[in-house]
Design a protein around this ligand. Structure first.
Ligand SMILES: [Fe+2]
Length: 279
């Protein structure tokens, strides 16, 4: 079994990025077999119609297809009142294209269990840079804003959304142990701060503020509790190829950015990275 993993296709955002996504999808589908699995780790398309077009590109993939949502995916748009409604719409679109909406339940394929979540942020990644707590809640400081401020509407606070996600993750991990299968976790938001740029003092203050919205330490803590059972964690959202370990858990982030896309192929504990760019 090979795992084909990508994230942050952001279909509809940039023309050459879309061409790169099409090349990635073509390569992935052409190389797939029925024992393989595909996982998209969020930020799949701008607007629901592009989310759907992105899933359609992977139609010929021969094995099971799975996805989790990213923050851009749950942004509200015309006719959608809030992010919960958008999330429900994406679940319907996923089913229409034979994608397993991984967030709802663990999925078993061959000797592996797949657990996925969008994740969120609770400002636990914030650096000590003198920014008042209320600026994080408002996602705005000194003219720098995190765009979820405008388009993600949960009707709950960010820590509440994070708590909802982490409780779901713990429940899924708890259900999955003891089944004598390898466990893979896929999360759009970042579970451990180690995956961000370091040393932090070299990161401009604007980005040190905005990096507070990249993830939550609570996600990593939940995974750590099941460290002996988790084979690998794959992460989207940060547009950066990186490998780190925390205890015995290995984390890999996917390096797709707006102009080029990265496919990670995982087999027998080894990772191959393939970059796709428009010609
Ligand atoms: Fe994202």
């Amino acid at each position: 079994m090979k795992l084909y993993i990508t994230s942050d296709l952001h279909l509809g955002a940039v023309n050459n990025g879309d061409e790169a996504s099409a090349l990635l999808a073509e390569y992935t589908c052409a190389n797939s077999g029925p024992r393989d699995a595909l996982v998209l780790i969020g930020d799949i398309g701008t607007h629901a119609r592009n989310f759907e077009l992105a899933l359609r590109m992977f139609k010929p993939f021969r094995g099971p297809k799975m996805l989790v949502c990213g923050n851009h995916d749950i942004w509200v748009e015309d006719g959608i009142q809030n992010s919960i409604q958008k999330y429900k719409l994406l679940e319907v679109i996923a089913a229409r294209h034979n994608f397993i909406f991984l967030e709802e339940h663990p999925t078993t394929h061959m000797d592996a269990i797949f657990i996925g979540l969008m994740g969120w942020y609770d400002y636990s990644f914030r650096d000590d840079i003198g920014v008042p707590r209320e600026c994080y809640a408002d996602k705005l400081y000194a003219g720098n804003q995190w765009n979820d401020r405008l388009y993600a509407h949960w009707r709950r606070s960010d820590p509440q959304v994070t708590d909802w996600q982490v409780r779901r993750l713990k429940s899924q991990l708890g259900q999955s142990i003891g089944q004598d299968k390898r466990i893979f976790v896929f999360t759009h938001h970042v579970p451990i701060k180690k995956l961000l740029k370091h040393p932090r003092c070299l990161v401009p203050k604007k980005w040190r503020f905005l990096n507070a919205f990249l993830g939550s330490e609570e996600i990593g803590k939940a995974i750590s509790r099941y460290a002996n059972f988790v084979e690998h964690v794959f992460v989207g959202h940060i547009h950066m190829s990186k490998e780190v370990s925390e205890g015995s858990v290995r984390y890999s982030s996917i390096g797709s950015c707006y102009n080029q896309k990265e496919l990670v192929v995982y087999a027998n504990g080894r990772i191959e990275r393939h970059i796709f760019s428009s010609k």
